[in-house]
Ligand binder design. Structure first.
Ligand SMILES: [Zn+2]
Ligand SMILES: [Zn+2]
Length: 232
């Protein structure tokens, strides 16, 4: 892996999840400094990232592009592919703080609509008796930190799973919340928001159902006529 890719990877690890503005902000001076051509379009950027992945996959790391349905933004996420929340050991975090992370994931995971109001992150928290809960100020700092890392996403005074959770914790979420978190019937990837069939209530990716309905008119899950508007 060349110098530019190595430096870019380091930036990805530090920032954890990057939107395209941030990618550009990091890559432009880096490529200029090393006098190499900057990936010029989406395809070249994907190739550039694929080469980095070729090196880091064996260390259970990945760089993955993911589009977040809530703000419709695409992110490049650095993920540890065998991560689970209880294995998460951020430097400087106490056992109770790691537990707090799992509590928030648990709250989100049990919500059928895939979000909680922002203040629910600080209310009715069931810490194990052995752990002294962090102060409210510390909890607010942690939520902000996890949002910056892409584990959470804040929008409209609500907290959602962020882009990094969608990539890194996909298996964990599927396995632990099978009642609320299900794969899209069409592409088999996780679907947490997007759109619901008004007959069976099953969620499905907007893009997947849009393509599907070009040639059909029924819900792929229940088989009844699809009646939900796609543009909502
Ligand atoms: Zn899908
Ligand atoms: Zn249906």
């Amino acid at each position: 892996m060349g110098l530019v890719k190595r430096s870019f990877l380091r930036a990805c690890i530090n920032r954890s999840s990057l939107d395209h503005d941030l990618i550009d902000y990091i890559l432009s001076p880096l490529c200029a400094h090393h006098e190499v051509a900057k990936p010029n379009n989406a395809e070249e950027l994907r190739e550039f990232v694929a080469e980095i992945n070729g090196t880091i996959t064996k260390f259970n790391q990945s760089l993955t592009f993911v589009k977040h349905p809530i703000n419709d933004k695409e992110y490049l996420v650095f993920a540890i592919t065998d991560a689970t929340p209880d294995k998460q050991n951020y430097p400087g975090m106490t056992a109770a703080e790691c537990q707090y992370f799992a509590i928030i994931l648990d709250k989100l995971g049990h919500e059928a609509d895939g979000y909680i109001a922002w203040n629910e992150a600080y209310a009715e928290l069931n810490f194990k008796a052995t752990a002294r809960p962090p102060s409210k100020l510390r909890m607010q700092m942690l939520v902000q930190q996890w949002t910056e890392m892409g584990y959470l996403l804040e929008a409209h005074d609500r907290l959602y799973f962020g882009p990094r959770s969608l990539v890194e914790l996909e298996f964990y979420l599927r396995f632990n919340f099978p009642e609320t978190i299900k794969p899209c019937h069409l592409c088999k990837q996780l679907v947490l928001w997007d759109i619901k069939c008004s007959n069976c209530g099953r969620k499905i990716h907007r893009e997947c159902i849009r393509k599907y309905l070009r040639t059909r008119s029924n819900c792929p899950t229940c088989g009844k006529k699809w009646t939900t508007r796609l543009s909502q």
